[in-house]
Design a protein around this ligand. Structure first.
Ligand SMILES: [Zn+2]
Length: 676
């Protein structure tokens, strides 16, 4: 015990205790209402997430690790070996390659937390030794710079270019190190991250104002705060606060880099969507520690703007490939800035050309998770769940081997232009492989989002077949078994396997925002007096008995959705949703000769769920009738008088949006014309 304390003192870290092994550790965060359970507390047993988790464990992680350590495909690991002096050559790949490798490392660490596979542990030990050798004595680590320094070429200097990705890479090092420490109890990676964070702290203390404003995609806000939560070193919190304060003090800031105006003066979500969502997630982390109301004020403005005017029905973020910003704010054409991969105007949500980078959609999850932890408000869990099931999972194939960078809501081979980034999933996204390790780490970590704890009890955020073995906030153990086929079915059965004796505590069951008429049975008895308002947590307080069951029924009828009429691209079209899952129509399900454009749905459609298998994964499809129209006579015309074309009934099948493109190259649409 004394020795353990001494080690903790030397490393300035809080020793891992039962409540501090969470992925995002808000256990001691004064302004967070909820804290997370420890990594490894949830074991997926059956159903949707058990299936995705198995593919993650058996295919996604091994496959991506093979790619990242094969210099013929990806130079990510080789760059570290060269920077460590273990190999010769030059840096290859994008400047954010280090960060991508850290994200993959984080996926391995979080997988280890669930599986305790010694092979993963050994793999991480070996990797950490190489990263340690690559790190400069002063803590700086960014392989493009370090490799050139080794060669004394003078080509690269630290923080030479404000649009370089050094801080992004450092941020992912910090996050990966915290996850590794919490998963393994080992401090080897954390020591490197402490050196790197100290370097960043000292850099910001002494850098010129111009240099200090260097920072692109801000993963480091989340990283620095997590380092504070791990080490309790107050200077890291000081650094995190400072990073927000200096942002936007640029004279030549841009919306593309989220630094045109100070964060606290922002009133709308603009510019690069990944960078925006990462910034928002980081600012929520700083709020959780400081309670700075000016931060939550801006975060609320951003959330309302994104959710009510700029987010796709899939939870996707970033409508534009390229655009200009501020759009309509300045009348001086010289002030108009180019942006890319960005939020568009209010209600500007095109379908074919939706950018929706997988990383932006993951950023939406990271942000909403933190907002949920801060507030306990179920509206954030709704958005998190929406993005997870739709625009995040769409970024990876069912096989776990192929990836999408962008997530359009429609695709057609008839479009006479090709867009950047493949619309078929590919094994390696050349130039920009940021999304694959990001989506893989996210799937590895979904179990960490399933539950939270507060002073009052246990919170159910995401449903799925699992067993939980965790501790309540006061340290008393709780174990339960959750049995469900969610999201394909709304029945959730919870059996309490171990509960504190003679002690009342609350279970908070999340009623999804889309769910009307939810009902709850306790020990087989209906409890109609329980309030099951959609979009809120239902609190049930009791002295719970071991073996007691709670049955939740969340009706999930097939629902035809329409968009606000100001979304001009979806006028007179419907999207089909069932529970949290958005559906789409693929040419793979049409009769030969039919096109997705030809299909029209009636608003009174009675589509029926039907389980099918796609690429070895069970998928709930929806089948029913639609009208097929003859839309093929357009030839090369742009306009024509309305033709009341002959309509014929046809059988159709819709598949979940996330599963599109898993049956070869297809045309696809999410918004389907209403029958007229
Ligand atoms: Zn990405």
């Amino acid at each position: 015990m004394i020795r353990l304390f001494a080690i903790c003192l030397i490393l300035r870290i809080g020793c891992v205790n039962a409540q501090q092994k969470a992925l995002v550790n808000t256990d001691k965060s004064k302004y967070a209402k909820l804290s997370s359970i420890d990594m490894g507390n949830v074991t997926w047993t059956n159903g949707f997430w058990a299936d995705r988790f198995k593919v993650c464990r058996d295919t996604m992680i091994p496959n991506l690790w093979r790619i990242y350590t094969d210099p013929k495909i990806s130079h990510a690991y080789r760059n570290f070996e060269i920077a460590a002096g273990l190999d010769t050559g030059s840096h290859e790949g994008p400047p954010f390659h280090d960060g991508d490798f850290y994200k993959l490392f984080e996926a391995v660490a979080s997988m280890y937390a669930s599986t305790h596979d010694p092979k993963l542990d050994a793999l991480m030990d070996k990797t950490i030794a190489v990263i340690a050798k690559a790190q400069r004595a002063d803590g700086y680590i960014h392989t493009p710079t370090i490799i050139e320094e080794r060669k004394s070429s003078g080509k690269e200097k630290a923080f030479n270019d404000r649009l370089n990705f050094e801080t992004y890479n450092l941020g992912h090092l910090m996050t990966a190190a915290c996850v590794h420490y919490r998963a393994t109890g080992k401090t080897s990676m954390l020591k490197l991250a402490i050196k790197a964070t100290d370097y960043l702290y000292n850099f910001y203390k002494t850098a010129s104002p111009e240099l200090a404003r260097n920072a692109i995609c801000p993963s480091h806000y989340m990283g620095v705060v997590e380092m504070y939560r791990t080490t309790h070193d107050s200077k890291y919190l000081e650094l995190a606060k400072n990073l927000i304060n200096i942002r936007g003090l640029m004279e030549n800031g841009t919306d593309d880099n989220q630094d045109r105006i100070p964060f606290r003066q922002q009133t709308q979500a603009m510019g690069h969507a990944v960078r925006a969502n990462y910034l928002f997630a980081g600012a929520a982390d700083v709020y959780a520690e400081t309670g700075d109301t000016t931060l939550i004020h801006t975060l609320n403005l951003m959330w309302n703007d994104v959710v009510n005017r700029k987010m796709y029905i899939t939870g996707g973020c970033g409508a534009l490939y390229d655009g200009v910003s501020p759009d309509g704010i300045s009348y001086n054409p010289n002030d108009v800035q180019k942006v890319h991969q960005a939020y568009g105007r209010d209600y500007q949500l095109p379908n074919f050309t939706a950018h929706n980078e997988t990383c932006a959609n993951i950023g939406n999850v990271l942000w909403n998770w933190r907002m949920l932890q801060v507030t306990g408000d179920a509206k954030y869990a709704d958005v998190m769940e929406l993005a997870l099931y739709n625009s995040v999972l769409s970024g990876i194939s069912l096989s776990g081997r192929d990836f999408l960078y962008t997530n359009p809501l429609s695709y057609s081979d008839e479009l006479p232009f090709s867009q950047r980034w493949s619309k078929d999933r590919v094994g390696y996204i050349k130039l920009s492989n940021c999304c694959p390790p990001n989506v893989v780490r996210t799937i590895s970590e979904v179990s960490d989002y399933a539950y939270s704890v507060s002073d009052k009890g246990l919170w159910f955020n995401l449903y799925g077949g699992n067993t939980l073995s965790a501790k309540l906030k006061d340290g008393t153990p709780v174990k339960l078994t959750q049995t469900t086929n969610y999201p394909w079915d709304g029945k959730v059965s919870i059996r309490l396997d171990e509960v504190p004796e003679n002690k009342a505590f609350s279970l908070f069951l999340r009623m999804p925002g889309w769910c009307k008429g939810a009902s709850i049975k306790l020990a087989g008895q209906s409890v109609p007096q329980l309030n099951t308002t959609p979009g809120a947590y239902t609190e049930i307080t009791a002295v719970w008995q071991k073996g007691m069951t709670i049955e939740l029924n969340l009706p999930m009828p097939v629902t035809m959705m329409e968009a606000n009429p100001l979304v001009e691209e979806t006028r007179n079209q419907v999207a089909v949703k069932r529970g949290p899952v958005v559906y789409c129509l693929e040419s793979a399900d049409l009769v030969k000769g039919q096109k997705v454009f030809d299909i029209a749905l009636s608003a009174q459609n009675e589509l029926k769920p039907e389980m099918i298998m796609i690429d070895n994964s069970p998928i709930m499809s929806l089948t029913g009738k639609a009208d097929v129209r003859d839309e093929s006579k357009w030839e090369n015309r742009l306009y024509q008088p309305v033709v009341s074309s002959q309509k014929n009934a046809t059988n159709i099948r819709l598949v979940p949006y996330y599963a599109w493109g898993n049956r070869g190259h297809v045309d696809m649409e999410t918004w389907i014309p209403l029958d007229r």
